[in-house]
Design a protein around this ligand. Structure first.
Ligand code: YH5
Length: 279
């Protein structure tokens, strides 16, 4: 498998698991309480993530939490583009754009983004073609349903089989559109149209996804699955659960872990990587 990804000139070293810091620019983000929605505040937050060891900062302007409503294009552009520009100008960190909209992908990559993170795996009209033009790595994530309704009644016969089949079909669509194999990352999409049991099965069987031969990205930070496992613990009490889940994911082969709490996650992944390297 490729150990180094070219992210628009910035190199992502995947010989060790890396942390992608989460930077929300959505005023309605309930996990961060909407604290970071001025570009300056967002850039400041990203600075701290970089200092804490994040290899990537994931900039998102569209809330994808369960029940969320879609954000209009211009509003999303207004939120994310100044942040992408500012970050790219100031820090050597790789900027990822968390969006499903092809127009946002194009503008963000023009503004310096080196990765596309799309929870809809480039299924929106025109997204595959734009991503191919952008010529940056793309994370393809699995989701059942749409954010507004995805947690209503998630159903699978075989969650691992269905998620891997979906990812394979998106890989093929991307290769067919001229995106290079070396530019793809895969993500089972924890919490996106999945019950706790589905999420646990996917994490337990992460190696079934890594065998596809692509770097795997895992996002479990602060998610409901942790709240449920910890007796309905609210979001602010999920740090240790998040670190543990991130560590398990890295141990099972995840190459990138998406996290709110960058410093603690970086520490945990260093320990996991050191133990793993003995093998
Ligand atoms: C992901 O897994 N997730 S946005 C609900 C929460 C906490 C956090 C409090 N974008 C992923 O982070 N991109 C999101 O409960 C993502 N993989 C990738 N690639 C949801 C989120 C969250 C939701």
């Amino acid at each position: 498998m490729t150990k180094r990804l070219d992210c628009a000139g910035k190199l992502l070293d995947l010989s060790l698991p890396q942390v992608m810091g989460i930077l929300n620019t959505t005023p309605d983000s309930f996990s961060d309480g909407g604290v970071f929605f001025s570009p300056d505040a967002a850039i400041n937050q990203a600075r701290h993530m970089f200092q804490a060891g994040a290899a990537i900062v994931d900039v998102g302007g569209e809330s994808t939490r369960p029940g969320a409503q879609p954000v209009p294009l211009q509003e999303e552009l207004d939120r994310v583009i100044p942040v992408v520009e500012g970050l790219h100008a100031e820090l050597p960190v790789i900027v990822s754009i968390d969006t499903s909209k092809p127009e946002v992908m194009r503008e963000a990559v023009k503004a310096g983004a080196g990765m596309i993170n799309d929870v809809t795996a480039l299924r929106q009209d025109g997204a595959i073609a734009v991503a191919a033009e952008c010529n940056v790595p793309v994370c393809l994530m699995h989701m059942q349903g749409q954010p507004r309704i995805m947690q209503k009644q998630p159903r699978y016969h075989d969650v691992v089989g269905e998620v891997t089949a979906f990812l394979r079909s998106r890989i093929n669509a991307c290769l067919g559109a001229g995106i290079r194999r070396e530019q793809l990352l895969l993500d089972p999409g924890f919490g996106f149209g999945k019950t706790l049991a589905h999420n646990l099965q996917l994490l337990n069987r992460l190696p079934d996804i890594t065998v596809l031969g692509f770097p795997v990205l895992v996002g479990v930070s602060r998610k409901s699955m942790l709240g449920t496992l910890l007796d309905e613990r609210p979001v602010q009490g999920r740090l240790y659960g998040s670190i543990t889940a991130a560590t398990v994911a890295a141990w099972l082969g995840a190459s990138v872990v998406r996290a709110h709490d960058v410093g603690p996650t970086v520490d945990a992944l260093k320990i996991a990587a050191a133990v793993k390297q003995i093998e």
